[in-house]
Ligand binder design. Structure first.
Ligand code: ZN
Length: 359
């Protein structure tokens, strides 16, 4: 989490009123469920909410439903020193059985704080099969005083038997205006920049924050110019272009957490095709993400057909998935770029340019 170091109580969590309200209701019930499935895209407040819940259920003087903020337990949670909080996530690309075994071993002991031990499992859908089976056993009969919070983007990758044992809590993309306001307050951005970032973050405060740091906007512009130029390149030129990009990004090419590297570029390109589709079907302009390219998008959309836009989007989506499965970076990207190039060049006959020599 980008802002994981700052503790945020229930009342200050942005744009997740429903999830927070639901958790408060659950807390008011007779028995606290022991397992939760927090579902939603990254950077949307799942971990923040898990920490807020940890404080609320462990407060020693729970005068409010979010914890007093003054007792030792509250203070430990707020400063990141709560002894009964455990977080695990993928090591490499997967959550391994040893991590699950270690987690369940701790369950045998009573929580130090006296109340609840909270274990947050990030990207819980990335457990290996053995890990998932071992985890299922833990989930079936966890000793009293243990709370498990599973964070996932979507529950599809989880065993159905795991999903059914968890209390599901959906997290929604955060409205654009809330993110824009937050960015303006936090990062002193002007209206236009805040709105652009809020839109292209697609409802993720964490992404918007990451993108507001460093040179993301410049890189994004560069990626978009490359994509716009693609139909004019020969296939050799297209390959050279993509090799340069992958070479530059080798180190953090596959950082799945942010908008860095190749995965970040693929997200930028996907957002572009999403916008092209919107313009192609004459959708409402206020739904555009790349508002600073609206003119260009409209012009290009006129010369595209809907099937090719959708195919292009899929090409990028498949490339992202392949990269996360650790397929060969250069091969995946070469293939994706050549396919995209082919698709972008397929235009209505009357608009076709002169053939380039390499065709
Ligand atoms: Zn307290």
């Amino acid at each position: 989490m980008t802002n994981g170091t700052t503790f945020i109580p229930f009342s200050k969590i942005i744009g997740q009123d429903k999830a927070v309200q639901f958790l408060k209701q659950v807390m008011a019930g007779e028995k606290l469920p022991h397992a939760y499935l927090f579902v939603g895209i990254q950077g949307i407040g799942k971990t923040t909410t898990a920490l807020a819940l940890t404080r609320a259920i462990n407060c020693r003087e729970p005068v409010t439903e979010e914890g007093c903020g003054r007792c030792p337990s509250c203070r430990q949670v707020m400063s990141g020193n709560f002894p009964d909080l455990e977080q695990i996530g993928p090591e490499g690309n997967r959550i391994k059985i040893d991590q699950i075994r270690q987690l369940s071993r701790a369950f045998g002991f009573k929580p130090v704080s006296g109340k609840y031990r909270v274990s947050i499992i990030q990207s819980a859908d990335r457990m290996t099969e053995e890990a998932a089976n071992a985890f299922l056993k833990t989930l079936e009969e966890p000793p009293e005083g243990n709370i498990l919070i599973l964070n996932v983007k979507e529950p599809l990758g989880l065993l159905e038997t795991i999903v059914s044992r968890c209390q599901k809590v959906p997290f929604r993309p955060i409205p654009v205006d809330l993110i824009a306001d937050w960015l303006k307050g936090k990062k002193q951005l002007d209206d236009e920049e805040a709105l652009l970032l809020a839109k292209i973050s697609e409802g993720s405060l964490g992404r918007a924050f990451n993108m507001s740091e460093g040179d993301f906007l410049e890189r994004r512009q560069d990626y978009l110019f490359k994509l716009i130029k693609l139909p004019e390149l020969s296939s050799d030129q297209a390959l050279t272009m993509i090799l340069e990009v992958t070479e530059k990004n080798k180190k953090k090419a596959l950082d799945p957490s942010g908008d860095d590297g190749i995965l970040g570029m693929l997200s930028v390109w996907k957002a572009w095709y999403r916008d092209l589709l919107l313009m192609n079907i004459s959708g409402p302009e206020k739904l555009l993400l790349n508002i600073d390219f609206s003119h260009k998008l409209k012009t290009i959309a006129k010369n595209c057909n809907i099937e090719n836009i959708m195919k292009s989007f899929q090409v990028l989506d498949v490339a992202q998935r392949d990269l996360l499965r650790m397929r060969n970076l250069d091969l995946v990207m070469e293939n994706a770029v050549l396919t995209l190039r082919g698709l972008t060049r397929e235009k209505p006959v009357q608009n076709r340019r002169q053939h380039t020599p390499d065709e």
